[in-house]
Design a binder for this molecule. Structure first.
Ligand code: C5P
Length: 402
Protein backbone atom coordinates (compact mmCIF):
# COMPACT_ATOMS: atom_id res chain seq x y z
CA UNK A 1 0.00 0.00 0.00
CA UNK A 2 1.47 3.38 -0.97
CA UNK A 3 1.41 6.53 1.18
CA UNK A 4 -2.10 7.98 1.59
CA UNK A 5 -0.88 10.98 -0.42
CA UNK A 6 -0.51 8.88 -3.54
CA UNK A 7 -3.29 9.74 -5.99
CA UNK A 8 -4.81 12.29 -3.59
CA UNK A 9 -5.80 15.80 -4.55
CA UNK A 10 -4.01 18.38 -2.39
CA UNK A 11 -4.51 22.13 -2.40
CA UNK A 12 -1.39 23.92 -1.21
CA UNK A 13 -2.12 27.50 -0.14
CA UNK A 14 0.97 29.68 0.07
CA UNK A 15 0.77 33.03 1.87
CA UNK A 16 3.19 35.94 2.17
CA UNK A 17 5.93 34.95 4.58
CA UNK A 18 9.66 34.68 3.97
CA UNK A 19 9.20 30.94 4.69
CA UNK A 20 7.55 30.74 1.22
CA UNK A 21 10.78 29.30 -0.16
CA UNK A 22 10.13 26.13 1.86
CA UNK A 23 6.69 25.78 0.24
CA UNK A 24 8.47 25.02 -3.04
CA UNK A 25 10.16 22.03 -1.40
CA UNK A 26 6.81 20.99 0.08
CA UNK A 27 5.13 21.15 -3.35
CA UNK A 28 7.93 19.00 -4.75
CA UNK A 29 7.79 16.40 -1.94
CA UNK A 30 3.99 16.10 -2.20
CA UNK A 31 4.26 15.63 -5.96
CA UNK A 32 6.97 12.98 -5.47
CA UNK A 33 4.61 11.14 -3.09
CA UNK A 34 2.14 10.92 -5.99
CA UNK A 35 -0.26 13.71 -4.95
CA UNK A 36 -1.92 16.03 -7.49
CA UNK A 37 -0.94 19.38 -6.06
CA UNK A 38 -2.87 22.55 -6.94
CA UNK A 39 -1.08 25.59 -5.61
CA UNK A 40 -2.93 28.79 -4.74
CA UNK A 41 -0.68 31.78 -4.16
CA UNK A 42 -1.86 34.89 -2.35
CA UNK A 43 -0.82 38.34 -3.54
CA UNK A 44 1.62 38.54 -0.61
CA UNK A 45 3.21 35.20 -1.47
CA UNK A 46 3.77 36.18 -5.08
CA UNK A 47 6.02 39.00 -3.82
CA UNK A 48 8.33 36.30 -2.44
CA UNK A 49 8.02 33.50 -4.98
CA UNK A 50 6.62 33.16 -8.49
CA UNK A 51 3.86 30.90 -9.85
CA UNK A 52 6.43 29.52 -12.32
CA UNK A 53 8.35 27.86 -9.48
CA UNK A 54 5.28 25.90 -8.40
CA UNK A 55 4.09 25.24 -11.92
CA UNK A 56 7.47 23.70 -12.71
CA UNK A 57 7.43 21.53 -9.59
CA UNK A 58 3.80 20.36 -9.71
CA UNK A 59 3.33 20.33 -13.52
CA UNK A 60 -0.04 21.97 -12.92
CA UNK A 61 -1.45 25.48 -13.36
CA UNK A 62 -1.12 27.76 -10.35
CA UNK A 63 -4.02 29.86 -9.07
CA UNK A 64 -3.35 33.48 -8.27
CA UNK A 65 -5.80 36.35 -8.31
CA UNK A 66 -9.48 35.33 -8.04
CA UNK A 67 -10.47 38.12 -10.42
CA UNK A 68 -7.66 37.67 -12.91
CA UNK A 69 -9.16 36.45 -16.19
CA UNK A 70 -5.68 35.22 -17.21
CA UNK A 71 -5.54 32.77 -14.32
CA UNK A 72 -6.70 29.43 -15.74
CA UNK A 73 -8.01 28.02 -12.50
CA UNK A 74 -9.32 31.10 -10.69
CA UNK A 75 -12.84 30.74 -12.10
CA UNK A 76 -12.74 27.08 -11.32
CA UNK A 77 -11.91 27.51 -7.67
CA UNK A 78 -15.21 26.02 -6.49
CA UNK A 79 -14.62 22.85 -8.53
CA UNK A 80 -11.11 22.73 -7.10
CA UNK A 81 -12.55 23.12 -3.59
CA UNK A 82 -14.93 20.20 -4.19
CA UNK A 83 -12.36 17.76 -5.52
CA UNK A 84 -9.69 18.41 -2.88
CA UNK A 85 -8.96 15.59 -0.44
CA UNK A 86 -7.04 17.93 1.83
CA UNK A 87 -6.00 21.58 2.02
CA UNK A 88 -2.73 22.73 3.57
CA UNK A 89 -1.78 26.36 4.03
CA UNK A 90 2.00 26.57 4.43
CA UNK A 91 3.34 29.01 5.36
CA UNK A 92 0.23 30.50 7.00
CA UNK A 93 0.63 34.14 8.04
CA UNK A 94 -1.11 35.73 11.03
CA UNK A 95 -3.23 37.59 8.50
CA UNK A 96 -4.55 34.50 6.69
CA UNK A 97 -5.24 32.80 10.05
CA UNK A 98 -7.34 35.82 11.04
CA UNK A 99 -9.23 35.68 7.75
CA UNK A 100 -9.87 31.93 8.06
CA UNK A 101 -10.99 32.26 11.68
CA UNK A 102 -13.59 34.81 10.55
CA UNK A 103 -14.69 33.02 7.39
CA UNK A 104 -13.51 35.77 5.07
CA UNK A 105 -13.26 35.01 1.37
CA UNK A 106 -11.67 37.97 -0.40
CA UNK A 107 -9.08 36.09 -2.45
CA UNK A 108 -8.73 32.79 -4.32
CA UNK A 109 -7.26 30.92 -1.34
CA UNK A 110 -9.74 31.93 1.35
CA UNK A 111 -12.70 31.62 -1.06
CA UNK A 112 -11.60 28.09 -2.02
CA UNK A 113 -11.16 27.07 1.61
CA UNK A 114 -14.60 28.39 2.50
CA UNK A 115 -16.12 26.46 -0.40
CA UNK A 116 -14.47 23.18 0.56
CA UNK A 117 -15.41 20.49 3.04
CA UNK A 118 -11.96 18.85 2.82
CA UNK A 119 -9.88 18.67 6.02
CA UNK A 120 -7.79 21.80 6.51
CA UNK A 121 -4.29 22.04 8.00
CA UNK A 122 -2.29 25.21 8.54
CA UNK A 123 1.42 25.60 9.27
CA UNK A 124 1.90 29.06 10.81
CA UNK A 125 5.08 31.05 10.18
CA UNK A 126 5.55 34.53 11.56
CA UNK A 127 7.44 36.74 13.99
CA UNK A 128 7.32 35.42 17.57
CA UNK A 129 5.38 38.40 18.92
CA UNK A 130 2.80 38.13 16.15
CA UNK A 131 2.36 34.46 17.02
CA UNK A 132 2.01 34.95 20.78
CA UNK A 133 -0.29 37.96 20.34
CA UNK A 134 -3.67 37.12 21.95
CA UNK A 135 -5.43 37.95 18.66
CA UNK A 136 -3.46 35.27 16.78
CA UNK A 137 -3.84 32.80 19.64
CA UNK A 138 -7.59 33.38 19.72
CA UNK A 139 -7.80 32.83 15.96
CA UNK A 140 -5.80 29.59 16.26
CA UNK A 141 -8.02 28.27 19.08
CA UNK A 142 -11.08 29.05 16.99
CA UNK A 143 -9.63 27.13 14.05
CA UNK A 144 -8.56 24.23 16.29
CA UNK A 145 -12.08 24.00 17.75
CA UNK A 146 -13.42 23.72 14.21
CA UNK A 147 -11.19 20.71 13.59
CA UNK A 148 -8.41 22.48 11.70
CA UNK A 149 -4.99 20.84 12.28
CA UNK A 150 -2.35 23.35 13.37
CA UNK A 151 1.15 22.14 12.46
CA UNK A 152 3.81 23.94 14.50
CA UNK A 153 5.21 26.56 14.53
CA UNK A 154 8.70 25.54 15.65
CA UNK A 155 11.19 27.44 17.77
CA UNK A 156 14.53 28.64 16.49
CA UNK A 157 16.06 31.28 14.23
CA UNK A 158 13.54 33.78 12.84
CA UNK A 159 14.05 35.96 9.76
CA UNK A 160 14.05 39.04 12.05
CA UNK A 161 17.41 37.81 13.34
CA UNK A 162 15.87 36.94 16.71
CA UNK A 163 15.35 33.47 18.10
CA UNK A 164 11.90 32.41 19.22
CA UNK A 165 8.71 30.64 18.30
CA UNK A 166 7.26 31.21 14.84
CA UNK A 167 9.38 29.18 12.41
CA UNK A 168 7.62 27.11 9.79
CA UNK A 169 8.04 23.44 10.78
CA UNK A 170 10.28 21.35 8.56
CA UNK A 171 8.76 19.97 5.35
CA UNK A 172 8.88 16.24 6.33
CA UNK A 173 6.80 17.06 9.41
CA UNK A 174 4.13 18.71 7.22
CA UNK A 175 4.12 15.73 4.82
CA UNK A 176 3.73 13.29 7.73
CA UNK A 177 0.90 15.36 9.24
CA UNK A 178 -0.97 15.23 5.93
CA UNK A 179 -0.49 11.45 5.73
CA UNK A 180 -1.89 11.11 9.26
CA UNK A 181 -4.97 13.20 8.40
CA UNK A 182 -5.63 11.42 5.09
CA UNK A 183 -5.18 8.03 6.76
CA UNK A 184 -7.78 8.68 9.48
CA UNK A 185 -10.46 6.59 7.81
CA UNK A 186 -8.12 3.69 7.05
CA UNK A 187 -8.72 0.03 7.84
CA UNK A 188 -7.10 0.34 11.29
CA UNK A 189 -9.33 3.26 12.41
CA UNK A 190 -10.44 2.68 15.99
CA UNK A 191 -7.62 0.19 16.67
CA UNK A 192 -4.78 0.74 19.07
CA UNK A 193 -1.40 -0.48 17.84
CA UNK A 194 1.71 -0.70 20.03
CA UNK A 195 5.05 -0.84 18.22
CA UNK A 196 8.54 -1.26 19.66
CA UNK A 197 11.65 0.01 17.90
CA UNK A 198 15.41 0.38 18.20
CA UNK A 199 18.06 -1.57 20.05
CA UNK A 200 17.94 -1.48 23.85
CA UNK A 201 20.99 -0.12 25.67
CA UNK A 202 21.95 -2.02 28.84
CA UNK A 203 24.22 0.03 31.08
CA UNK A 204 27.50 -1.33 32.44
CA UNK A 205 28.44 1.87 34.25
CA UNK A 206 27.46 5.58 33.83
CA UNK A 207 29.25 5.82 30.45
CA UNK A 208 29.15 2.36 28.87
CA UNK A 209 26.28 0.30 27.49
CA UNK A 210 25.76 -3.04 25.76
CA UNK A 211 23.69 -2.47 22.65
CA UNK A 212 23.29 -3.70 19.06
CA UNK A 213 23.21 -2.38 15.49
CA UNK A 214 19.45 -1.77 15.23
CA UNK A 215 18.79 1.67 13.70
CA UNK A 216 15.10 1.71 14.66
CA UNK A 217 14.10 2.32 11.03
CA UNK A 218 11.88 -0.77 10.72
CA UNK A 219 9.90 -0.06 13.89
CA UNK A 220 9.48 3.63 13.01
CA UNK A 221 8.25 2.68 9.53
CA UNK A 222 5.69 0.21 10.98
CA UNK A 223 4.46 2.92 13.38
CA UNK A 224 4.10 5.42 10.50
CA UNK A 225 2.30 2.88 8.31
CA UNK A 226 -0.14 2.03 11.14
CA UNK A 227 -0.78 5.74 11.71
CA UNK A 228 -1.42 6.21 7.98
CA UNK A 229 -4.16 3.54 8.19
CA UNK A 230 -5.97 5.33 11.00
CA UNK A 231 -4.64 3.43 14.04
CA UNK A 232 -3.90 5.08 17.37
CA UNK A 233 -0.22 4.28 17.63
CA UNK A 234 2.04 4.13 20.67
CA UNK A 235 5.67 3.53 19.84
CA UNK A 236 8.08 2.48 22.57
CA UNK A 237 11.56 3.15 21.30
CA UNK A 238 15.06 2.46 22.52
CA UNK A 239 17.62 5.17 21.61
CA UNK A 240 17.83 5.93 17.85
CA UNK A 241 18.95 8.92 15.80
CA UNK A 242 15.50 9.24 14.16
CA UNK A 243 13.02 12.08 14.77
CA UNK A 244 9.76 11.14 16.56
CA UNK A 245 7.12 10.36 13.93
CA UNK A 246 4.31 12.91 13.74
CA UNK A 247 0.98 11.73 15.15
CA UNK A 248 2.51 8.77 17.00
CA UNK A 249 2.69 8.76 20.80
CA UNK A 250 6.38 8.07 21.28
CA UNK A 251 7.75 6.74 24.57
CA UNK A 252 11.56 6.80 24.92
CA UNK A 253 13.19 4.06 26.97
CA UNK A 254 16.74 2.78 27.43
CA UNK A 255 16.79 -0.78 28.75
CA UNK A 256 14.81 -3.95 28.09
CA UNK A 257 13.23 -3.70 31.55
CA UNK A 258 12.07 -0.13 30.85
CA UNK A 259 10.78 -1.25 27.46
CA UNK A 260 8.82 -4.09 29.05
CA UNK A 261 7.12 -1.75 31.54
CA UNK A 262 6.24 0.83 28.88
CA UNK A 263 4.93 -1.83 26.49
CA UNK A 264 2.80 -3.60 29.08
CA UNK A 265 1.30 -0.22 30.08
CA UNK A 266 0.56 0.63 26.42
CA UNK A 267 -0.91 -2.86 25.84
CA UNK A 268 -3.54 -2.31 28.54
CA UNK A 269 -5.79 -0.73 25.95
CA UNK A 270 -3.96 -2.10 22.91
CA UNK A 271 -5.29 -4.38 20.18
CA UNK A 272 -2.01 -5.21 18.45
CA UNK A 273 1.64 -5.43 19.57
CA UNK A 274 4.35 -5.37 16.92
CA UNK A 275 7.80 -6.02 18.42
CA UNK A 276 10.30 -4.65 15.91
CA UNK A 277 12.81 -3.72 18.62
CA UNK A 278 16.09 -5.57 19.00
CA UNK A 279 15.82 -6.31 22.69
CA UNK A 280 19.09 -7.26 24.37
CA UNK A 281 18.84 -10.88 25.46
CA UNK A 282 21.09 -10.23 28.47
CA UNK A 283 21.98 -7.28 30.72
CA UNK A 284 24.83 -6.80 33.21
CA UNK A 285 23.93 -8.31 36.59
CA UNK A 286 24.92 -5.07 38.31
CA UNK A 287 25.50 -1.53 37.07
CA UNK A 288 28.56 0.20 38.53
CA UNK A 289 27.77 3.57 40.08
CA UNK A 290 31.06 5.10 38.95
CA UNK A 291 32.95 4.70 35.66
CA UNK A 292 34.89 1.44 35.83
CA UNK A 293 38.64 2.11 35.67
CA UNK A 294 40.92 0.42 33.20
CA UNK A 295 42.66 -2.55 34.90
CA UNK A 296 44.12 -5.92 33.85
CA UNK A 297 44.37 -7.41 30.35
CA UNK A 298 40.99 -9.10 30.60
CA UNK A 299 37.64 -7.98 31.92
CA UNK A 300 34.52 -10.10 32.26
CA UNK A 301 31.04 -8.83 32.79
CA UNK A 302 28.47 -11.15 34.30
CA UNK A 303 25.18 -11.04 32.42
CA UNK A 304 21.66 -12.07 33.37
CA UNK A 305 18.81 -12.91 31.00
CA UNK A 306 16.28 -10.20 30.17
CA UNK A 307 12.58 -11.01 30.19
CA UNK A 308 11.10 -11.98 26.82
CA UNK A 309 8.69 -9.07 26.31
CA UNK A 310 6.88 -10.60 23.36
CA UNK A 311 6.34 -13.97 25.05
CA UNK A 312 5.18 -12.33 28.29
CA UNK A 313 2.87 -9.72 26.70
CA UNK A 314 -0.83 -10.36 27.36
CA UNK A 315 -2.28 -12.97 24.99
CA UNK A 316 -5.33 -10.72 24.51
CA UNK A 317 -3.40 -8.52 22.06
CA UNK A 318 -2.56 -9.76 18.58
CA UNK A 319 1.21 -10.26 18.67
CA UNK A 320 3.63 -9.83 15.78
CA UNK A 321 7.31 -10.62 16.23
CA UNK A 322 10.47 -10.17 14.20
CA UNK A 323 13.12 -12.85 13.77
CA UNK A 324 16.38 -11.30 12.62
CA UNK A 325 18.59 -14.23 11.77
CA UNK A 326 21.89 -14.87 10.07
CA UNK A 327 21.24 -18.62 9.59
CA UNK A 328 18.30 -21.11 9.40
CA UNK A 329 15.96 -18.17 8.94
CA UNK A 330 12.60 -19.88 8.39
CA UNK A 331 13.27 -22.73 10.78
CA UNK A 332 14.03 -20.25 13.59
CA UNK A 333 11.04 -18.08 12.71
CA UNK A 334 8.65 -21.06 12.90
CA UNK A 335 10.05 -22.12 16.28
CA UNK A 336 9.69 -18.58 17.68
CA UNK A 337 6.14 -18.28 16.31
CA UNK A 338 5.09 -21.15 18.56
CA UNK A 339 7.40 -20.47 21.51
CA UNK A 340 6.38 -16.83 21.85
CA UNK A 341 2.68 -17.36 21.12
CA UNK A 342 2.58 -14.85 18.25
CA UNK A 343 0.15 -14.68 15.33
CA UNK A 344 2.73 -13.60 12.76
CA UNK A 345 6.51 -13.66 12.57
CA UNK A 346 8.47 -11.39 10.24
CA UNK A 347 11.63 -13.26 9.31
CA UNK A 348 14.48 -11.06 8.30
CA UNK A 349 17.71 -12.34 6.75
CA UNK A 350 20.18 -9.81 8.09
CA UNK A 351 22.96 -11.11 5.84
CA UNK A 352 21.03 -10.30 2.61
CA UNK A 353 22.17 -7.16 0.71
CA UNK A 354 19.97 -4.02 1.23
CA UNK A 355 18.27 -5.79 4.10
CA UNK A 356 18.34 -5.56 7.88
CA UNK A 357 20.02 -2.84 9.93
CA UNK A 358 20.40 0.85 9.02
CA UNK A 359 19.20 0.62 5.37
CA UNK A 360 15.80 1.89 4.20
CA UNK A 361 14.81 -1.38 2.52
CA UNK A 362 14.16 -4.84 3.85
CA UNK A 363 13.72 -8.36 2.48
CA UNK A 364 11.44 -10.39 4.72
CA UNK A 365 9.29 -13.51 4.87
CA UNK A 366 5.94 -13.52 6.65
CA UNK A 367 5.42 -16.70 8.64
CA UNK A 368 2.11 -17.64 10.24
CA UNK A 369 0.16 -20.76 11.21
CA UNK A 370 -2.51 -20.63 8.51
CA UNK A 371 -0.66 -19.60 5.40
CA UNK A 372 2.84 -20.84 6.16
CA UNK A 373 5.57 -18.78 4.54
CA UNK A 374 5.12 -15.80 2.20
CA UNK A 375 8.25 -14.34 0.64
CA UNK A 376 8.08 -10.60 0.01
CA UNK A 377 10.27 -8.83 -2.54
CA UNK A 378 12.85 -6.25 -1.47
CA UNK A 379 10.67 -3.31 -0.35
CA UNK A 380 11.04 -0.02 1.49
CA UNK A 381 10.62 -0.50 5.24
CA UNK A 382 7.43 1.61 5.05
CA UNK A 383 6.00 -0.79 2.44
CA UNK A 384 7.08 -3.80 4.52
CA UNK A 385 5.17 -2.14 7.38
CA UNK A 386 2.04 -2.01 5.21
CA UNK A 387 2.39 -5.66 4.13
CA UNK A 388 2.62 -6.68 7.80
CA UNK A 389 -0.42 -4.54 8.57
CA UNK A 390 -2.38 -6.09 5.66
CA UNK A 391 -1.96 -9.38 7.52
CA UNK A 392 -2.79 -7.79 10.88
CA UNK A 393 -6.07 -6.47 9.44
CA UNK A 394 -6.92 -9.98 8.15
CA UNK A 395 -5.99 -11.63 11.46
CA UNK A 396 -8.02 -9.09 13.45
CA UNK A 397 -11.12 -9.66 11.34
CA UNK A 398 -10.64 -13.45 11.52
CA UNK A 399 -10.41 -13.30 15.33
CA UNK A 400 -13.49 -11.04 15.45
CA UNK A 401 -15.45 -13.69 13.50
CA UNK A 402 -14.29 -16.67 15.55
O1 C5P B 1 14.29 -14.60 20.39
P1 C5P B 1 14.57 -13.46 19.50
O2 C5P B 1 15.30 -12.33 20.16
O3 C5P B 1 15.17 -13.79 18.18
O4 C5P B 1 13.09 -12.95 19.14
C1 C5P B 1 12.87 -11.83 18.39
C2 C5P B 1 11.52 -11.24 18.69
O5 C5P B 1 11.25 -11.24 20.10
C3 C5P B 1 11.48 -9.79 18.28
O6 C5P B 1 10.17 -9.47 17.91
C4 C5P B 1 11.90 -9.09 19.58
O7 C5P B 1 11.44 -7.75 19.59
C5 C5P B 1 11.26 -9.94 20.64
N1 C5P B 1 12.02 -9.99 21.90
C6 C5P B 1 11.41 -9.61 23.08
N2 C5P B 1 12.10 -9.66 24.27
C7 C5P B 1 13.35 -10.14 24.32
C8 C5P B 1 13.98 -10.57 23.13
C9 C5P B 1 13.29 -10.49 21.94
O8 C5P B 1 10.26 -9.18 23.05
N3 C5P B 1 13.97 -10.19 25.46
Amino acid sequence: MPSPLSGSSVILGVTGSIACYKAADLASKLTQEGAHVDVILTQGASNFITPLTFRSLTHRPVVGDLFDPQSELAVEHVALAQRADIIIVAPATAHVLAKLAHGMADDALTATILASSAPLAVAPAMDGHMYTNPATQENLSKLRERGVTIIGPAEGYLASGLRGIGRLVEVPQIVESLCAILGRRGDLAGKSVVVSAGGTAEPIDPVRVITNRSSGKMGYAVAQAARDRGARVTMVTAPTSLPDPVGVETVHVGTALEMRDAIFRACEDGDVLIMAAAVADYRPVSVAEQKIKKGGERWSIELIKNPDILAEAPGRVLKVGFAAESQDLLENARTKLVAKGVALMVANDITAPDSGFAVDTNKVYLVDRERGVEELPLLSKYEVGHRILDRVVELLSASALS
